[in-house]
Design a protein around this ligand. Structure first.
Ligand SMILES: NC(=O)c1ccc[n+]([C@@H]2O[C@H](COP(=O)([O-])OP(=O)(O)OC[C@H]3O[C@@H](n4cnc5c(N)ncnc54)[C@H](OP(=O)(O)O)[C@@H]3O)[C@@H](O)[C@H]2O)c1
Length: 318
């Protein structure tokens, strides 16, 4: 049996044993134990913060501010309830405008921003968070991530401290990191364990797809129930002509992009596809009417591959 199927049967057994709760109790919750038997666009995972994250996110990196409101509104109509922005993307405001105009309740939308790489350190991060609130007018932000680990240990831990304070103040619901290597994660965990109230890591975001599986980071995170967000989940279109994607696309009657997004879901990740093209936005959310079987998943298993299509700060040492 493939890992996904083993988890599926384990999940259904555990679910039957644990009354009728849709989510396992915190004391034995891991990301693997949260994999649903069947995904749909409303599937979410419970974070360490006890808030939930919708499994399909809508990425807005390189989405120009002047089209961002319109395309984000389209994404909401297509069913997305999770928007991944950042201070550095310069489009937090149009995302928030789309949220306000969507007619959806605030609590039904999950909005993420990130500490810009240039704003590392305690004071800079506090200012970055304040700027996000000033720009968006939101009363709270669902998730704030440290965008990258650059800047040295003191700056990294200072940024984390500022995130924890904002979380305690109720401004930010969940906190996490992006582009952290295992050595950065160990450093943060040591700090959290040694400080009185270092909170916990709720989410990690990395470039992850079959050609960049990052098994070490995935294992570290899943053990700690840290939700793994997969950025560049469709490899920016660079693998569209891979034979295996053509084969699987034909087999399931789906596009190469849908095959990659489905792979991400079945691995237990939170994929964040970006598109400014309405039919593609729709297509990327139409991934719930088929399933990759164990053989399909195996044919997309390249454990030794290391082929980023974006930057890779996980390897930095400063
Ligand atoms: N934390 C980080 O450091 C970091 C880094 C990179 C990305 N991210 C996040 O992850 C999100 C996604 O990553 P990404 O934008 O770099 O890459 P991606 O989602 O893998 O690919 C986006 C590209 O693929 C095209 N595309 C989208 N859907 C398609 C489809 N169904 N068929 C064909 N082409 C399609 C888009 O074109 P059109 O837009 O023209 O349709 C765009 O050029 C970002 O928006 C951002 O939120 C985070």
């Amino acid at each position: 049996m493939h890992g996904y199927e083993i988890r599926k049967s384990l999940f259904s057994i555990t679910k039957r044993l644990t009354t009728r709760r849709s989510v396992l109790p915190k004391w034995h919750r891991t990301m693997a134990s949260q994999l649903p038997v069947k995904f749909d666009i409303k599937t979410s995972y419970k974070l360490n913060s006890d808030y939930s994250i919708p499994v399909l996110g809508y990425g807005v990196y390189q989405t120009p501010a002047d089209v961002c409101e319109e395309v984000t509104l389209h994404a909401f109509k297509a069913g997305y309830r999770h928007v991944d922005s950042a201070r550095a993307y310069r489009n937090e405001r149009p995302c928030a405008d789309a949220m306000a105009k969507s007619g959806l309740k605030r609590e039904d939308i999950f909005f993420t921003s990130k500490v810009p790489p240039k704003a590392m350190g305690y004071d800079n991060t506090k200012n970055a968070i304040e700027s996000s609130f000033a720009e968006t007018g939101l009363s709270y932000i669902d998730l704030y991530l440290i965008h990258s680990p650059y800047g040295g240990k003191e700056a990294r831990l200072g940024s984390w401290k500022a995130l924890v304070e904002a979380q305690k103040a109720g401004k930010i619901r969940s906190i996490g990191v992006s582009n952290y290597g295992v050595h950065h994660l160990d450093e943060l965990e040591d700090y959290i364990k040694s400080s009185k109230d270092g909170s916990h890591i709720d989410v990690g975001q990395w470039e992850i797809h079959p050609w960049l599986p990052r098994d070490d980071i995935v294992e570290w995170s899943q053990k700690r129930n840290i939700a793994i967000e997969a950025y560049c989940p469709i490899v920016r279109g660079e693998r569209a002509n891979e034979e295996i994607l053509k084969t699987l696309g034909k087999k399931h009657g789906k596009t190469w992009a849908q095959i990659l997004l489905r792979w991400s879901l079945q691995k237990g990740y939170v994929p964040l596809p970006k598109s400014v093209t309405p039919p593609r936005i729709d297509q990327n959310a139409d991934i719930y009417d088929f399933e990759l079987d164990a053989g399909d998943m195996k044919s997309l298993h390249f454990p030794d591959s290391y082929a980023p299509c974006a930057w890779d700060p996980t390897t930095s040492h400063d």
